[in-house]
Each structure stands twice: as C-alpha cells, then as structure tokens.
Design a protein around this ligand. Structure first.
Ligand SMILES: *Cc1c(COP(=O)(O)O)cnc(C)c1O
Length: 309
C-alpha cells in the first residue's frame, strides 16, 4: 500500500493524469460484425511524456530514487520517445541523465535531442556497431564502471521491471474486452500486458500487437525474451505485421491522409509512427470482418504526439 501511494505520489509530483480515460470510439467505418470499440487514452497521461513511457518507467524511477541513485543511463535513436520521456522525468526529479544515442546527431540535433540538452542531459553519440552492444553483459559492465551507482535502463524502457507499471493499465480498466490492440516497437508494453493478464488469470482477453516496424519473428522474439518461461497459461497474443507501412517512422501519403482525416473526425489526434498504424489496422480489420461478431475491442492510444515534430 505504502509503495502504491509512493508511486502515485511520484506520478502526481510529475503531473501525470491517472487513471487515463476509457472512451467509446465514435466512427463511421463499415462494421459488418458490429464490433464495439473503446479507446484507452494513455495519450492524455502527460503532454510531454509519451503515454506508455510513464507506465514503463515509473517503477524504475521510483527504485532509483529509493536506492539513492545519482544517475540514469539509457539508449535510443535520435527521435526516441523513450529518451525524451526519461530525460523529462530525470530533469523533474533532479536525477543526472546520460543518453546513449545511435548515430551522430551532433551537427543536426532533432527536436527531441534539443529538449534533452535543455533538460541538462548528457548525450553520447555512438556508431551502429557500438549501439548493437547495448544489451551485452560485458558492455553493460563497462558502462556500470564508467558510471558507478548509475541505474542503466534498456532501450525503450523495456524490461521486466516495467511490467508492474504496464499492469496498472489493466487494473484501471472498467469494461471487459475480448481483444486489446496496441502498437509494438520494442515489445515491452505488449509483454507487460501479457504478463499481467496471465497473472490475474484474465485469459479470455486476446492481445493483438500492431508492428510499427519491419520485424516479423524479431518482434515476437523480443516479447518472448522479456516474458519468463514460467508464464503458463498465458492469454492469446500475436503480432500483426501487415501495417508497418515500410518500416519504423515511414509515413507514406495514404497513412498521413488517414491520420489527418481521423484527427479531424475525432476529439483527439493520432500520429503516423504509432497510433496511426494501429487505428489504420483497426479500420482494416473491422471492414474485413476479422473480429468476432459483437465483440468488444479496446485500443490503447499510447500517445507519442510530441514525436510529430
Ligand atoms: C515507445 C512507444 C510505443 C512502443 O512501445 P514498446 O513497448 O516499445 O513496444 C508505442 N507508442 C508510443 C507512443 C511510444 O512512444
């Protein structure tokens, strides 16, 4: 109980709005199977911190504070929502932050990296080869000796420690759903939901991840790697690879048009990197009658709108 209060306190301190709203989706798509759609608005949790990033990071940050750690180190690309979210939180909590970044952006900083610098983060640019070592034990050991007492958080904040934070999304739900849809990039959010549904034995809810990058088998491997083998029985889960639109952050015109139209018709916005691909997938599946008749589907809007820049 004390722990939960402390975390709520931490979220509160950082201005996180929780629980996030759960709203029916109004739409005029062809819906032959009469599926009902609800959106979990994690995009509303915070204007800067991408929705699912707070869920994945809350426990790691809380532990860092409890341990009296002086520094956080993590990894990502130049446009990473994860590094951006973590940088914001570290600045707000008075923690030092070093971001290890794939590629050299020193002469052309992205908006995310400019924010990170403004928040006092140290940026280290590394080439692709070095970046590949980001989860090797030897490399992490070296990093730990360079930064004694630092907490090292993996890319995307995706680690088992993230599961309890992701699980709080499930605890918040009012409705019950046959299917939950969400975007998948590093797999931590999907793995956390699988682990939580298994733990609370809510096995009638299937999870459908929409791959936002080209990663058939690779993404499944990431999710399986995060789950412990002991997860039996687990809910049905799968990753749909039909909607990545050519790869991570690829935004062909039809996807951009879809996002723009959708955002005009709804009382909320989507962007092409994550949520746009998920809602596009949803519309396609609905129109193709791929979902069971009269089923209730929850879509998680993971946020990411700051990434539109
Ligand atoms: C990082 C991110 C994701 C991907 O989550 P993973 O746990 O890495 O699969 C989805 N949506 C948004 C908005 C994100 O920033």
């Amino acid at each position: 109980m004390a722990v939960i209060q402390q975390r709520l306190h931490l979220g509160h301190q950082l201005g996180m709005k929780l629980p996030s709203p759960e709203q029916p989706l109004r739409f005029n798509w062809h819906n032959p199977n009469n599926v009902s759609l609800t959106v979990k608005r994690d995009d509303l949790i915070h204007p800067v911190v991408s929705g699912n990033k707070w869920r994945k990071l809350s426990h790691a940050l809380e532990d860092a504070l409890k341990l009296g750690a002086n520094k956080i180190v993590s990894f990502g690309g130049g446009y990473s929502n994860h590094l951006h979210a973590l940088g914001y939180c570290c600045q707000a909590l008075g923690l030092d932050f070093t971001a290890i970044i794939r590629g050299d952006y020193s002469n052309n900083l992205t908006p995310m990296l400019t924010d990170l610098l403004a928040w006092g983060a140290s940026l280290e640019f590394v080439n692709k080869q070095s970046y590949k070592q980001r989860s090797d034990a030897d490399y992490l050991q070296q990093l730990q000796s360079r930064f004694p007492g630092a907490i090292i958080i993996p890319e995307g904040g995706s680690q088992q420690q993230a599961f309890s934070g992701v699980g709080e999304l499930v605890e918040e739900l009012n409705g019950d759903y046959q299917q939950i849809m969400l975007p998948v990039a590093s797999g931590g959010t999907l793995a956390g939901l699988i682990a939580t549904l298994a733990q609370v034995e809510q096995l009638q809810t299937a999870l459908t991840g929409i791959a936002v990058l080209k990663g058939e088998n690779y993404l499944e491997g990431l999710v399986e790697g995060l789950l412990s083998n002991s997860l039996q029985p687990a809910p049905d889960w799968s990753i749909d690879h039909r909607f990545h639109f050519g790869g991570y952050a690829k935004c062909p015109q039809p996807l951009l048009d879809f996002c723009q139209q959708f955002s005009q018709q709804q009382n909320f916005a989507i962007e092409p990197v994550y949520s746009g691909k998920v809602f596009y997938a949803l519309k396609t599946m609905l129109e193709n009658a791929e979902m069971p008749a009269n089923s209730r589907v929850l879509v998680i809007h993971t946020g990411g709108l700051q990434g539109n820049r």
